[in-house]
Ligand binder design. Structure first.
Ligand SMILES: [Zn+2]
Ligand SMILES: [Zn+2]
Length: 268
């Protein structure tokens, strides 16, 4: 499988990085993870090609924080005429009813059409453990964040874990996959972290420190670690210091630009 990075920032987009969105061709299906501002990249030729030959399109949501769902407003523009299946966590995972949550987001006056009137959308909630979707096994686990989020594992190809504290259970979920895409919010060893305003750092407890993330990748024995959901309070030089800190623990770690395509196989 090949995963296209369409949005690698968290919270706010920057000139270089959109908020969370990843695409991958899974046989004849296109799987998209999160609908951050990066969903708009489906209108760029390189990423529009993901739709060529895709018989059906599935959008998996990790949680409902706005940096992960604001792209739902773009759907008519980025997937014109396409039916879409949205997979959001079932209520027993998060305490949030997915239909109510989505209907609350997609309704007037916030969106020109109500959720109920979007005929090309269908909701199929995912449950904890294994879900069979379009011929693939998609495993789901709840994570600790400021509101509950979920991690996804697709076959033995990759795990996507964002908006979570670094958690040893993620290493269990990711055991032996080719690629771990994991959020990385800060580097405790970089002095710029302590220089960040204290009220902003309060939110860091709901996110992951890079050394801990690299440790999870090593414990899980993944092929490769890609750091994502990068903190927009910092710049590319800070991300380079995070990459170096990750590599000191797990050498096959990278920070990659939006638009990069990562193969989940063939990594030694
Ligand atoms: Zn986020
Ligand atoms: Zn979040």
């Amino acid at each position: 499988m090949r995963v296209t990075l369409m949005g690698t920032s968290g919270w706010m987009p920057s000139d270089q990085r959109e908020t969370t969105c990843f695409g991958c061709c899974a046989g004849e299906s296109l799987f998209i993870f999160d609908a951050g501002t990066g969903l708009r990249r489906l209108r760029e030729p390189a990423q529009a090609a993901l739709l060529d030959g895709a018989r059906d399109v599935h959008l998996f949501l990790t949680h409902y924080h706005l940096d992960h769902v604001c792209g739902l407003a773009y759907l008519p523009g980025v997937l014109p005429g396409r039916a879409l299946v949205i997979h959001a966590p079932a209520a027993e995972l998060t305490g949030v009813d997915p239909e109510r949550a989505l209907a609350g987001l997609l309704r007037r006056p916030y969106n020109p059409r109500d959720w109920e009137d979007l005929a090309d959308l269908r909701l199929e909630p995912v449950v904890a453990g294994a879900n069979e979707i379009a011929g693939h096994i998609v495993r789901v686990r709840a994570q600790r964040h400021s509101d509950v989020s979920v991690a996804y594992r697709v076959d033995d190809a990759f795990v996507l874990a964002t908006d979570t504290r670094a958690d040893p259970a993620t290493a269990e979920l990711a055991e032996g996959v080719g690629l771990l895409l994991h959020e990385t919010w800060y580097n405790a060893a970089d002095p710029r972290t302590d220089e960040t305003q204290e009220e902003l750092r309060a939110g860091y407890a709901a996110h992951s420190e890079v050394g801990a993330v690299a440790g999870l990748a090593a414990d899980a024995g993944v092929g490769r670690l890609v750091l994502m959901h990068l903190n927009p309070l910092y710049d590319e030089s800070y991300y380079a210091s995070m990459e170096a800190a990750a590599r000191a623990v797990f050498p096959r770690s990278d920070v990659l630009p939006d638009g990069a395509v990562v193969d989940t196989e063939g990594v030694a």
